[in-house]
Design a protein around this ligand. Sequence first.
Ligand code: ZN
Length: 73
Amino acid sequence: MQETKEIFCNVCGKSLKVENDILKEDAFEARKQWGYFSKKDATVHSFTICEDCYDNMVEQFAIPPEVTEVTEY
Ligand SMILES: [Zn+2]
């Protein structure tokens, strides 16, 4: 049984290519389970951001994200 789930960029709404549940177009996938000290206690927030929107988002950062090279693939 093959389930095709469409994934959209949460920022711009564009649909991302998904084949057999694998994102064929690389995107930033975020998932956060909020804990006791937040106002969102016991909820999980998740969203996907396409590469273009990711670049735009990161440009707004006061401190850029840490980038480490992957040595083992
Ligand atoms: Zn986007």
